[in-house]
Design a protein around this ligand. Structure first.
Ligand SMILES: C[S@@+](CC[C@H](N)C(=O)[O-])C[C@H]1O[C@@H](n2cnc3c(N)ncnc32)[C@H](O)[C@@H]1O
Length: 360
């Protein structure tokens, strides 16, 4: 498992903890909990609060779970996905950490708010650079008039009280459907807010799809599968393949399952995994448009860890086929950790590389 990405307290967590007393003895729903020691602090400072913490990021879940376990706290109320926070529990307060995109904030509010009684308190916290100030509009639309409770550390904490019971959440209303049509491919894609390239196919992925060859064997891993576009495209063209798909995001995994169903396809496994933390197979090919972002931050460590780990999951002679932005010098990394690497195709922005796991 990778080291905690934010080992101490993020700025939004610090801001919330200044107002910790307000959360005392409450039945609290924390949505989109951060990858830091916030929940650990909350548990130790507010022993009487009943905390349910919900998030969509598997790496964050695994890190926070480890913090809580090693401090001897129970983790049954720490929840990863699948899509909505747990219903059927009473909550007095929701504390929402600003998610990475505006459509995802909208969907987060639509999911969380119906779980609260009228009059309940909703806190929304986030960093200025992530757009917290302009998210006040969404908070007011979904909850009610908002007040700026605390500012500092380039963050804002808003507070609002729920004016009226909203309609129950319906996931179907948030799905985006689009088609990819090429000479070789006719694919329906189902996506959700928060999933990479929501509502459209990414240009890098499109280039990868244009150059799909039959993989050098039946077992394929679509790593960082997003809405499942690459794995579904492979399976549609070569239905005999056994494809596993992995992603860190519960929303991506849900979108992938739906993309598969929309095309009448059945993948072997859809896995929640932080890089290869839950991937145990050995494949003939690993295919990816790999991640370069953790939340909204650029993170080159992800692609490095992915390429470094790929060899262990490739049989000798198996291939790693990835698309990345052209300016990223990925070829030496693949040659160092996997084996000989060629450029399959490139355009002005992207390049597709294929490395072969040299036999040992
Ligand atoms: C560039 S997107 C590609 C998505 C999809 N394959 C496509 O082509 O549309 C990278 C994907 O990697 C996922 N990801 C990010 N960090 C990850 C991690 N630590 N482990 C596994 N997947 C991760 C993201 O959620 C995202 O879906």
């Amino acid at each position: 498992m990778n080291a905690p990405r934010r080992p101490t307290l993020s700025a939004p967590s610090q801001l919330v903890l200044r107002r910790l007393a307000a959360l005392q003895n409450q039945r609290l729903l924390v949505v989109n909990y951060p990858d830091d020691y916030f929940l650990l602090r909350l548990r130790s400072d507010q022993p009487n609060a009943k905390i349910t913490a919900f998030g969509h990021d598997y790496a964050t879940y695994a890190h926070v779970r480890e913090h809580l376990c090693s401090a001897g706290y129970p983790t049954d109320d720490l929840v990863f996905g699948p899509v909505q926070p747990p219903a059927g529990r009473p909550y007095d307060v929701a504390l929402i950490f600003l998610p990475k995109s505006r459509p995802l904030l909208e969907m987060t509010l639509a999911m969380a708010v119906p779980l609260l009684p009228a009059g309940a308190t909703v806190y929304l916290v986030g960093e200025n650079k992530a757009g917290i100030r302009s998210s006040r509009t969404q908070l007011e639309q979904w909850v009610g008039p908002a007040k700026q409770l605390e500012t500092g550390r380039h963050c804002v904490l808003f507070l609002a009280h729920l004016q009226r019971a909203p309609a129950p959440f319906e996931l179907e209303a948030w799905l985006s459907h689009f088609w990819i049509k090429t000479d070789h491919l006719d694919l329906a894609v189902v996506s959700l807010p928060g999933v990479f390239s929501y509502g459209r196919v990414d240009d890098g992925t499109r280039l990868l799809l244009e150059t799909l060859d039959p993989p050098p064997g039946e077992r394929v891993l679509d790593f960082g599968c997003g809405a499942g576009v690459i794995g579904a495209a492979l399976l549609k063209r070569w239905p005999h393949l056994h494809i596993d798909l992995a992603d860190v995001s519960a929303l991506a995994l849900e979108a992938t399952r739906r993309t598969m169903i929309a095309n009448g396809l059945a993948p072997v496994q859809v896995l929640a995994s932080d890089i290869f933390s839950n991937v145990h197979g050995v494949y003939d090919q690993i295919v990816a448009n790999p991640p370069f972002h953790t939340g909204v931050e650029t993170d080159y460590g992800l692609v490095t860890a992915f390429v470094q780990g790929a060899k262990q999951h490739l049989r000798p002679g198996g291939t790693l086929r990835i698309v990345v932005q052209r300016f990223l010098k990925i070829q030496p990394l693949i040659e160092a950790h996997v084996g000989p690497c060629r450029v399959v195709i490139q355009d002005r922005q992207y390049a597709v590389y294929e490395g072969i796991n040299r036999k040992k």
